[in-house]
Design a protein around this ligand. Structure first.
Ligand code: AMP
Length: 440
C-alpha cells in the first residue's frame, strides 16, 4: 500500500477548533483597523524576484537565503522567462501596488491592511514556519498628505495596542528605537564598521558574517558571550541622532514618544533594536511576549521613507507593521485564562442545535425545518432518519450541542416539537412557530 502523503516541512494544517482562534484574531484586526480608517488591500502571493531584491535588500537573511524562488519559463513567444518568488513579506507588494496604481494622485494618505500567507525557507521550529501568516498595515502617501509626521507612527502603534486588547493578549512588551535618516545611518554604519573591525574576531560566526554583510544586524545577536562586547565596544546610534544637523531624526523620535505618552501607551526605548529589512528609517518597534520563548516577537514594524523611490516610484514616506498570526494564536492557546468572547463562539463555534428526524420518512420535513431555522440565524446540525434514538443522543453529545429537536410523525402532524436540553436533561414541547425564538 502506498504510504500516505504528509504536509511539507515547515507547513501545517489549521484544524477546528483552533481555526476559530484564527478567525477571532483576523476579525478583531478588521474591526480595529476599520476604526482607524484602514481599508483592505490584497496583493498577489508571488511577485517578480527583483521586487524583493530591491525592496527588502539583497544583503538581508530573507533575500540572501530564505526565498522560494523559481524560474518561470516563457510558454509563448509573446512571454518572457522571469524569476518569480513567493512573497516573504507584504510591504514591498503593497508599495509596488501603490506605485503601479498611482495612488499618490489621490493626494491622500493611503491606509491599507492585508491578511495572508508569507513564505520563508527558515529552519522550522515552534513559532517559526516556512508558510506563516501575517496581518499587516501600511500608511503612506505624498509628503503633502502628512505621511512623514510622527502622528502617523504613534497612531499605528496605538492601533496595535488596541488590537492586542481586542484580541485578548495580555503581558506584551513594546520596544521602540530610532535608526535615523539614511544620512545619519551612513555615518553610524561607518563608525560601527570601524568598531566591529576591532572586536569582530571575538564574536560568534553569525556576527562575523553580519559584520561584513549588514553590520546593524549584529545587534540581533542572542549569543550570551557576545553581549558584553556588543554592549561596551560598539557605538550607540543615539549619539549620532543627537549630533545630526537639523535634528530631523531626533525631533521625529521625540514627537512619537510624546504622543505615545499622551495617549497612555506603555513602551520601553531600546537603542539596540534594529529591524531585519533594509528599508527602515527613523522609527522601528517591536512587540514581544515572554510566553513565546525563543520566537518571542509578536510583531514588528517601522518607518520606510525611501522605499517607494527605491522601487522606482514617487516620494511616498510611510510606516507599517506586520504581526505574526501564528504567534498571536499560540499566545492565546498558551494562556489558560483566555476564553473566546461569546460573540466569537457563536460565529465560529459549532452549532448548539441538532435536528433529529425519527425515520427516513421525516427527512424532507426535518431538512425544511433546519433550513428555516438557519434562515432565522440559528446554526444547526441535521441528522438523518437512519439513526435510532440512542445513536441520536450519542451523536448529539459528540457534537457538543445543547438542544436536540425531535422530528417524528406525531410532532409533524401536531405542529408541536419535542426539544431536549442535553445539559439539564429536561424535555419540552414547543410549538413550531416559537421554536426559533426559544433556541436563540
Ligand atoms: P518580520 O517581517 O520578520 O519583521 O516579521 C513580522 C512578524 O511576523 C514577526 O514578529 C513574527 O511574529 C512573524 N514571523 C516572521 N517570520 C515568521 C515565521 N517564519 N514563522 C512564523 N511567524 C513569523
Amino acid at each position: 500500500m502506498a504510504s500516505p502523503l504528509k504536509s511539507v516541512r515547515g507547513t501545517r494544517d489549521i484544524l477546528p477548533p483552533s481555526s476559530a482562534l484564527w478567525q477571532h484574531v483576523e476579525d478583531s484586526a478588521r474591526r480595529v483597523f476599520a476604526r482607524y480608517g484602514f481599508l483592505e488591500i490584497r496583493t498577489p502571493i508571488f511577485e517578480a524576484t527583483e521586487l524583493f531584491a530591491r525592496g527588502v535588500g539583497e544583503e538581508t537573511d530573507i533575500v540572501s537565503k530564505e526565498m522560494f524562488t523559481w524560474e518561470d519559463k516563457a510558454r509563448a513567444q509573446s512571454e518572457k522567462s522571469q524569476s518569480l518568488t513567493l512573497r516573504p513579506e507584504n510591504t514591498a507588494g503593497v508599495v509596488r501596488a501603490y506605485i503601479e496604481h498611482q495612488l499618490e494622485r489621490t493626494g491622500l494618505l493611503q491606509k491599507l491592511y492585508y491578511i495572508g500567507p508569507q513564505f520563508r525557507r527558515e529552519r522550522p521550529q515552534k513559532g517559526r514556519y516556512r508558510q506563516f501568516y501575517q496581518i499587516g498595515a501600511e500608511v503612506l502617501g505624498p509628503t503633502t498628505s502628512g505621511s512623514e509626521s510622527p502622528v502617523r507612527d504613534a497612531e499605528i502603534i496605538t492601533m496595535l495596542v488596541d488590537l492586542l486588547d481586542e484580541v485578548g493578549i495580555k503581558g506584551w512588551t513594546l520596544q521602540i528605537n530610532s535608526i535615523g535618516t539614511p544620512k545619519v545611518r551612513a555615518l553610524y554604519n561607518k563608525a560601527l564598521q570601524e568598531a566591529l573591525n576591532r572586536v569582530v574576531h571575538t564574536l560568534c560566526v553569525d556576527c562575523q558574517r553580519r559584520a561584513i554583510a549588514n553590520p546593524l544586524r549584529v545587534f540581533d545577536c542572542k549569543v550570551p558571550a557576545d553581549q558584553p562586547v556588543i554592549q561596551h565596544n560598539l557605538p550607540n546610534i543615539h549619539s549620532f541622532i543627537n549630533d545630526e544637523v537639523g535634528h530631523e531624526s531626533f525631533n521625529h523620535y521625540d514627537g512619537v514618544l510624546k504622543i505615545l505618552k499622551a495617549v497612555g501607551v506603555h513602551f520601553e526605548t531600546n537603542y539596540r533594536l534594529v529591524r531585519g529589512l533594509d528599508y527602515y528609517t527613523k522609527t522601528v518597534f517591536e512587540f514581544t511576549h515572554g510566553a513565546l520563548g525563543a520566537q518571542s516577537a509578536l510583531l514588528g514594524g517601522g518607518r520606510y521613507d525611501g522605499l517607494s523611490e527605491s522601487l522606482g516610484g514617487p516620494r511616498a514616506p510611510g510606516i507599517g507593521f506586520a504581526l505574526g498570526l501564528d504567534r498571536f494564536v499560540m499566545t492565546l492557546e498558551d494562556d489558560p485564562e483566555f476564553k473566546l468572547p461569546a460573540s466569537a463562539t457563536i460565529t465560529y463555534g459549532s452549532p448548539r442545535v441538532y435536528i433529529a428526524p425519527l425515520s427516513a420518512a421525516q427527512d424532507p420535513d426535518a431538512a425544511k425545518l433546519a433550513h428555516e431555522l438557519r434562515g432565522q440565524g440559528i446554526a444547526c446540525h441535521l441528522g438523518d432518519g437512519s439513526f435510532k434514538m440512542r445513536k441520536i443522543f450519542e451523536t448529539a453529545e459528540k457534537l457538543n450541542v445543547q438542544y436536540v429537536v425531535i422530528v417524528g410523525e406525531d410532532e409533524l402532524s401536531s405542529g408541536v416539537l419535542s426539544v431536549k436540553d442535553i445539559i439539564t436533561g429536561e424535555q419540552r414541547k414547543i410549538v413550531r412557530y416559537a421554536l426559533a425564538s426559544s433556541l436563540k
